[in-house]
Design a binder for this molecule. Structure first.
Ligand code: ZN
Length: 408
């Protein structure tokens, strides 16, 4: 989860000239009240107070939190949470207002965070907060997650409602983090059958993954008829990821984004996991291009970070791993059939009465038009690149860190 992933992505995006095709915003921080819309008061107090120095002492006061090795405490943790969550919340409001058709926050997507505790590098669940915003106006929100890990925090938050359908494609064997995401986790109460899990095994490749993805998502969109979509694009499902075990290429991963875009439903696209950072940057740059409706040249633009992409300097590097594909045709067909059966229970979309837009929304909209920001200056640091000319359009992009020169 090194923030340098975002710097690399930003430099590629800016030097491919993609800023011409988007509106770029520097979002305000999430407020404490907004974060409390999902997270418990106790946990928020903990996040506000904890530092690496007082960690042991503070933990005695908040013994209920599971702060393991995968949730390190660092200086500025509360500000970090407010930055990435503010971006997702603001992006949701841009969709609500109709200012944007698609918004991107590559810094967001922290899908494991729970109401009462952090989990798997995730502290505040910006996805849940964004969906809560969308639900103020949108009757049905579809959440789709292509990170290699199960989107457990988002699933849990909306497990009992029929207004949010969560669909997660992930590695599952009961042991792989976070351990949940079996095919028979379906939702409960009103939300029964509105949770979809697609458990996969090691080594799945582009063709099998995208075929299954398109088949499941066509059925889901057809039956649920979402009025907005949140898509989590964790890049740890790429081949050669340090923590991943799938075998997707950047093109295969991006094909899923391309497919969801075709539905022409307002969509928030967020990041997530991704631990081989040069490939995370390649992937999210390619997907920014897809969202802008462009096919980017394979040779990467010149940036001060060219050494990261040595020696091939290509957007589409070879990511073949030596992993054996353990997903037999029979297994994948069984998964597909099982999910098709589940979706038949829905028998048409649930009817949710449309509510009036809450009066406070417009006030937020007015305060969110600060479009000039430092992000563009990143491009100035790189060698010149011909950006061509085009009309500004869509998308919000976040990037905040640029001191970490670690190269892995
Ligand atoms: Zn992940």
């Amino acid at each position: 989860m090194k923030p340098h992933r975002l710097t690399l992505t930003n430099h590629l995006v800016m030097n491919y000239g993609l800023a011409k095709y988007m509106d770029i915003y520097e979002p305000r921080l999430a407020t404490e009240e907004e974060i409390r819309e999902f997270h418990s008061d106790d946990y928020v107090e903990f996040l506000k107070k904890v530092t690496p120095k007082n960690f042991e002492e503070i933990q005695k006061q908040f013994t209920s939190f599971n702060i393991g090795d995968d949730c390190p405490i660092f200086d500025g943790i509360w500000d970090f949470c407010k930055i990435y969550s503010g971006a997702s919340i603001e992006a949701a409001r841009k969709l609500i207002s109709g200012d944007s058709e698609i918004c991107i926050n590559w810094m967001g997507g922290l899908h494991h965070a729970k109401k009462y505790e952090p989990s798997g590098f995730c502290y505040v669940n910006d996805i849940v907060l964004a969906i809560l915003q969308l639900l103020r106006v949108h009757p049905r929100v579809l959440y789709v997650d292509i990170d290699i890990h199960h989107g457990d925090g988002v699933q849990e938050a909306f497990y009992t409602t029929d207004r949010v359908m969560t669909v997660s494609f992930h590695k599952y064997n009961g042991d792989f983090f976070p351990g949940t995401g079996a095919i028979d986790e379906l939702g409960s109460g009103l939300g029964k059958h509105f949770t979809v899990n697609v458990p996969l095994k090691d080594g799945i490749d582009d063709i099998e993954y995208t075929n299954l993805f398109k088949s499941v998502m066509t059925q889901v969109v057809g039956v649920f008829k979402p009025s907005s979509i949140v898509m989590q694009c964790g890049a740890d499902s790429l081949g050669l990821d340090r923590l991943g075990v799938f075998n997707l290429s950047v093109k295969g991963h991006g094909e899923c984004v391309k497919f969801m875009k075709k539905f022409k439903i307002p969509m928030l696209v967020v990041g997530g996991g991704g631990y081989t950072i040069r490939n995370v940057a390649r992937c999210w740059t390619y997907e920014t291009g897809i969202i802008c409706g462009l096919e980017l040249p394979n040779t990467l633009p010149k940036t001060i970070y060219k050494d990261f992409f040595y020696p091939d300097n290509k957007l589409h590097a070879t990511l073949d791993s030596k992993l054996v594909n353990e997903n037999s045709k029979r297994y994948l067909e069984a998964v597909r059939t099982n999910i098709a059966e589940q979706l038949r229970y829905l028998k048409g979309a649930p009817s949710i009465q449309m509510q009036e837009i809450p009066p406070d929304i417009q006030g937020f909209m007015d305060s969110e038009t600060n479009a000039d920001l430092d992000i563009a200056s990143d491009a100035d640091k790189d060698l010149s690149f011909d950006e061509g000319s085009a009309k500004p359009k869509l998308a919000t992009l976040s990037e905040y860190y640029e001191n970490d020169m670690d190269n892995d």
